[in-house]
Design a protein. Structure first.
Length: 543
């Protein structure tokens, strides 16, 4: 229920903001905080919404107390009528009685309080005592909280949670009773401003004893945490203290603020419980270095460095097919084709991601556990657990996502630089020239062997130093080897750049996986906690 739609003038402003903040606390705390706390908060919000829809012109005051405390006598004295039964039989009051000053619009409020119609009484005559000053008062006489009948105790518990002002009536014999202090007063420690404790039947005490009892009662209330609770001493027999009690009721009714004060006290009580799950420190989250460390760890877990090595080495060996001296490549043919290595890696990543990557599940979990522990540091226990769950929520999906990322990052083995083709053409031309020189030399030898005829001297030597065939074959071979060495070194540089591009591509994709599966859930949880913390501050109000 959105409370802003039902807030009327007495509770606009601070209390309206506090109630809306309490609604946010429930939303932010769902699945993180104690379910009982969230259930109690929803119940309060529902009660507050219903109460605010009802009459804002009436103030509900309940007289609660133990058996024999004289609350029914007080009820009759305040109303000026014998409305609630009084006698020696216990329990006397078996149902809640209500006396109303001013009936306009009070029906739905009494229905909400579940007051039976036969126990509703009206003080509508202008001739009645205090009629004008108490107009708008709804005075309830509750059953005894220590009644032997369980239904009576349930009735007290129900109404104690919803009335605007609680007046606890105690007597000199049982004002220190453990039941009322532990079960009610101590539990309502945040409701001192909307509570009055009346020490009734003081006519049974000597004046000095009455003051001593009142002092002891105030000490007990302070022990219960009710430092602000007002105390009065009354007697329906002598009328002592009744004027003070009536004055308090008149002031409460006149301000028409009691029900808003009661809601504020209820909020205080709940916020105190929420504060246990809130820290004053602002969560730091993950810094740049921690995020980079997680990406590095995920890259290692996914086998990124090994794949980068494969890209570099494969590029180098692939270049040899283009830049090496053709005759040397013939020797390498008996060796395993280097292109198969990267091709097999790509095929494994493409066709068997589960088997290939799942083996690194433990490394992934270790990396994510570290980052979640770091992100959750300094948070209250419930939010530490929530942050850890957020960081590890996709731990089963991360390995497969990393496999997809690596598949996309592996470069295409068919990509060949243009200069490789030029070098390859040059090498084949040099090889062809060398073969031509070899064929020339072989032909000369054959001619010499067959003694076909005398060869001309210019065809054999250059100034008598080296035969032309040997010069052609050796020169082309030497030039081919020099070209191979120079181009291999260039290919090494190219392979390193290719590795760097592959690493950058892998890192970019791994960062995307980490952001989607780890960082974003953790950041969302920390942002949720920050908003929860801000809502606690607002719900706390000015106290």
């Amino acid at each position: 229920m959105m409370l802003t739609s039902v807030l009327d003038r007495p509770v606009r402003g601070d209390l309206a903001a506090r109630l809306n903040a309490v609604e946010q606390l429930v939303d932010f705390g769902e699945g993180r905080l104690d379910p009982k706390l969230l259930e109690d908060t929803r119940a309060l919000l529902w009660r507050a919404g219903e109460r605010l829809l009802l009459s804002g012109q009436h103030t509900v005051v309940a007289l609660a107390g133990s058996t024999g405390s004289g609350k029914s006598s007080l009820f009759n004295t305040i109303s000026g009528l014998e409305l609630s039964p009084v006698g020696v039989r216990r329990p006397t009051t078996g149902a809640t009685h209500a006396c109303v000053w001013g009936l306009e619009g009070v029906g739905p409020l009494l229905d909400w309080l579940s007051i039976e119609k036969r126990h509703r009484y009206a003080r509508a005559s202008a001739l009645d005592r205090d009629e004008g000053s108490l107009h708008g008062l709804v005075l309830l006489d509750l059953p005894d909280h220590d009644s032997i009948k369980y239904a009576h105790r349930l009735e007290v518990d129900r109404l104690v949670e919803v009335v605007d002002l609680l007046v606890w009536v105690v007597d000199p014999q049982k004002y220190a009773d453990t039941v009322i202090h532990e079960r009610y007063l101590r539990e309502l420690a945040h409701h001192g401003d909307v509570m009055v404790v009346v020490l009734n039947q003081v006519d049974r005490l000597q004046p000095g004893d009455a003051e001593e009892c009142a002092t002891h009662l105030r000490e007990l209330l302070a022990t219960d945490g009710l430092h602000n609770a007002r105390t009065l001493a009354t007697s329906t027999v002598t009328g002592a203290g009744m004027d003070n009690l009536l004055k308090l009721l008149r002031e409460t009714v006149a301000t028409r603020q009691a029900f808003a004060d009661r809601l504020g006290a209820d909020v205080d009580q709940l916020v105190h419980r929420f504060e246990a799950a809130c820290s004053l420190e602002v969560p730091l989250g993950l810094d740049h270095r921690e995020r980079a460390a997680v990406v590095d760890a995920l890259a290692v877990a996914a086998g990124g460095p090994a794949l980068a090595d494969a890209v570099e080495h494969t590029h180098q060996r692939h270049s040899q097919r283009y830049v090496d001296w053709p005759f040397l490549r013939l020797v390498g043919r008996v060796r395993r084709d280097p292109l198969r290595r990267l091709g097999e890696v790509r095929e494994q990543l493409r066709n068997a991601p589960i088997d290939a990557i799942a083996a690194q599940q433990a490394d992934v979990e270790s990396a994510l556990q570290g980052v979640t522990d770091s992100a959750a540091r300094g948070l209250p226990e419930p939010w530490q657990q929530a942050t850890q769950r957020a960081g590890l929520g996709h731990v089963d999906d991360v390995p497969l996502a990393l496999g997809d990322a690596l598949r996309e990052a592996v470069p295409d083995t068919a990509e060949v630089p243009r200069w490789w083709h030029l070098v390859r053409l040059l090498q084949w031309l040099l090889a062809a020239a060398a073969l031509a020189g070899l064929a020339w030399l072989a032909g000369l030898g054959l001619f010499a062997f067959l003694r076909v005829g005398e060869l001309s001297q210019p065809l054999l030597t250059d100034r008598g130093l080296l035969p032309y065939p040997l010069a052609l074959m050796g020169g082309c071979g030497l030039l081919g080897l020099i070209t191979m060495v120079v181009c291999r070194r260039a290919a090494v540089t190219s392979a390193r750049r290719r590795r760097q591009r592959a690493e950058a591509s892998m890192r970019k994709r791994i960062e995307a996986v980490a952001k989607e599966k780890v960082f974003r859930p953790v950041d969302d949880e920390l942002d949720r906690y920050t908003r929860f913390r801000d809502a606690v501050v607002v719900a706390r109000g000015r106290r």
